[in-house]
Design a protein around this ligand. Structure first.
Ligand SMILES: *[C@@H]1O[C@H](CO)[C@@H](O)[C@H](O)[C@H]1NC(C)=O
Ligand SMILES: *[C@@H]1O[C@H](CO)[C@@H](O)[C@H](O)[C@H]1NC(C)=O
Length: 443
């Protein structure tokens, strides 16, 4: 396989190394062709930050039981890094419909609509599975005249020729060409429990996308919405299981079979994170805002204007599982990059666009500086201390880059999934708190 100068080649090498050491017989590599270069992902992340900022700036002030179903107070799904496919997202497998069909979905806290590729979607370019609503006994279309369609479905189309017509959407993920179009219905989702039983969530709002575009959907069958919204999967899960959900992200370069988890319901006391910060929600927006108080590099608080972290001044920060690289608004970006690069000044540099600061780590002599510690301090004294590999990232063998990007200012800063990796994040929707702690995420 041809190695290219992008993240995919790192992933392939990691995979090859893992196979050579015999630790990963189950590892499967997908063809290199659908790989997305780190430059494309970096551009996607910047577009997404611009889109999220635009969306935020426009903000306005009965069920059937199934035999095998078991009452459960909490459920968990494996959640794995999609890096083996060359994408920067985390995937969850979900069973949808009756009889249940399995789909691989991007777990996205920036989404309010869960959708799957439907019959007719994508054609030959869509090798994955497709959902056939007509074959699901539990599928019910949502009419375009319903309040759910008119008030809750984001990007629903205004056309509603007859009141029984299906609710259509044209969902946009970022500025540019990433989105999905289709019709909305409800169906059940099935989650396997230990011991062979299952738990069912009824009446989950589900989009059936007949067309879609964007890199992220090449290797996934759709999106699992973990955003804050009446119709999101996170909300359905949290309503049913104790008002909260959590996820634990394994290292994004971990082997394909090294899964973290997505959990609904209270965490066992021994696992519950203690660091907590208020969850800042905005009306009709799926995003989980958090208040950053400061960023420290090597123990020193950086000089970043307070407006950058102030959501009322078009700044602020969100946690986003659907963004790969952290995007910081210009003043924060400049301060972080200046501090990190000053500390790394002794290491030979290499060019690796779009990153501004990349280092030849193999040529790093003895006595060369280490990666300084970066700490994100949130309101409520919660400190995120990511491992060095989460902000000075491996982009190809022997090459590391400062892995944050510059985002629009004014604009929101987006804490991406690489910065969140190897941590357990709990979104307590009932008490409006985000909790987190370091974890290797395997159970
Ligand atoms: C609404 O318009 C879209 C796009 O023009 C179309 O795909 C969809 O079928 C229409 N929906 C209804 C209910 O007429
Ligand atoms: C890094 O430095 C080593 C040793 O000087 C050299 O062989 C290698 O080609 C360099 N790598 C890159 C990507 O420049």
């Amino acid at each position: 396989m041809a190695l290219r100068g992008n993240l995919l080649s790192v992933l392939l090498l990691h995979a090859v190394a893992a196979m050579a050491s015999g630790e990963s017989a189950r590892l499967e590599l997908v063809p290199a062709a659908p790989g997305v270069s780190v430059a494309e992902r970096a551009r996607d992340d910047r577009h997404r930050q611009a889109y999220i900022s635009t969306r935020l700036a426009s903000r306005p002030g009965g069920s059937r039981r199934v035999a095998a179903e078991a009452p459960a107070s909490a459920v968990s799904l494996p959640m794995s890094s999609g890096a083996y496919t060359g994408t920067g997202q985390y995937f969850v497998n979900l069973l949808v419909g009756t009889p249940a069909q399995e789909f691989t979905l991007v777990a996205d806290t920036g989404s309010d609509l869960t959708w799957v590729k439907c019959q007719g979607a994508g054609g030959a370019s869509s090798p994955g599975r497709v959902f056939r609503p007509a074959n699901s006994k539990s599928w019910a279309p949502v009419p375009c005249s319903s309040d759910t369609c008119k008030l809750d479905v984001p990007f629903s189309l205004a056309n509603c020729s007859s009141s029984a017509s299906p609710c259509s959407y044209d969902y946009r993920y970022k500025e540019g060409a990433t989105g999905a179009r289709g019709v909305v219905g409800t169906d059940s989702a099935t989650i396997a429990l230990p011991g062979g039983k299952v738990s069912k969530l009824q009446d989950v709002v589900l989009g059936c996308s007949s067309t879609h575009d964007g890199q992220s959907f090449r290797s996934a069958d759709g999106v699992l919405s973990l955003g804050n919204s009446k119709i999101s999967f996170a909300a359905s899960g949290a309503r049913r299981f104790g008002g909260s959900f959590s996820y634990c992200l394994v290292d994004h370069l971990a082997r394909r079979d090294a899964a973290g988890y997505l959990h609904f319901g209270p965490l066992p006391v021994s696992q519950r994170p203690t660091a907590q910060t208020p969850m800042l929600l905005s009306a009709q927006m799926p995003f989980y805002g958090v208040k950053v108080d400061a960023i420290h590099v090597a123990g020193k608080a950086l000089d970043i204007p307070a407006e950058v972290w102030d959501a009322t001044k078009n700044g602020g920060a969100i946690l986003d599982s659907g963004t790969t690289l952290t995007v910081l608004a210009t003043p924060a970006y400049k301060a972080v990059v200046a501090a990190l690069s000053t500390h790394l000044a002794g290491v030979p540099t290499v060019d690796f666009p779009p990153f501004e600061h990349c280092y030849n780590w193999t040529a790093r002599g003895p006595g060369a500086p280490d990666i300084p510690k970066l700490v994100v301090q949130f309101a409520g004294s919660a400190r995120l201390e990511p491992p060095a590999k989460s902000y000075v990232i491996d982009v190809k063998p022997g090459v590391k880059c400062i892995g944050v990007q510059e985002g629009e200012w004014p604009g929101v800063s987006v804490i991406g999934n690489i910065l969140q990796q190897e941590h357990l994040w709990e979104f307590d929707l009932k008490n409006m708190l985000v909790r987190f702690k370091e974890s290797i995420c395997t159970r």
